[in-house]
Design a protein around this ligand. Structure first.
Ligand code: CMP
Length: 139
């Protein structure tokens, strides 16, 4: 399988709960390797731009409120089949439906506060990595 890169955000709830290490341990144990990482507090404009595909959804305002309420950790993860592997280890969007051992099952509270974000396909990984990390920072 090809080496891929995917994009990950540890959301404000994970940072607030002091669970950055716990989330990272699950991701690293699955074979994914962080190759770029940044802690930042998103502005509303930055969060709206990142989630623009959801701009017409009724939960959009709530999503932006949540993503801007505290710092996040944005990162690029690399590994064999990283996009699919990450989705598996991240778990279902709704933590109540996520499989045992996944980050969302362990750390997510509900569908809004679900601990972690990850790219769902190669095209979104490309957009999301580029949104946060300029090419010159990545090897
Ligand atoms: P994420 O993977 O970051 O992508 C979009 C986010 O929107 C999703 O995780 C959830 O946190 C959020 N989301 C999706 N559906 C709902 C919903 N019904 N109510 C609130 N937030 C939602």
């Amino acid at each position: 399988m090809a080496i891929e890169r995917t994009f990950s955000i540890l959301k404000p709830d994970t940072v607030e709960k002091n669970k950055i290490g716990e989330a990272l341990a699950i991701l690293e144990s699955s074979g994914l390797r962080p190759v770029a990482m940044r802690m930042m507090h998103l502005t509303r404009k930055q969060a709206e731009g990142f989630y623009y595909v959801h701009r017409e959804r009724k939960f959009f305002g709530e999503l932006v409120d949540f993503m801007t309420r505290g710092p996040i950790v944005a990162m690029v993860l690399e590994g064999e089949g990283a996009i699919a592997k990450y989705r598996e280890v991240m778990g279902a969007t709704d933590p109540a439906k996520a499989a045992e051992g996944t980050v969302r099952k362990k750390l997510g509270a509900n569908i809004g506060e679900n601990a972690i974000h990850g790219s769902d396909a190669p095209e979104t990984a490309k957009f999301e990595i580029g949104y946060f990390f300029p090419g010159y920072e990545l090897g």
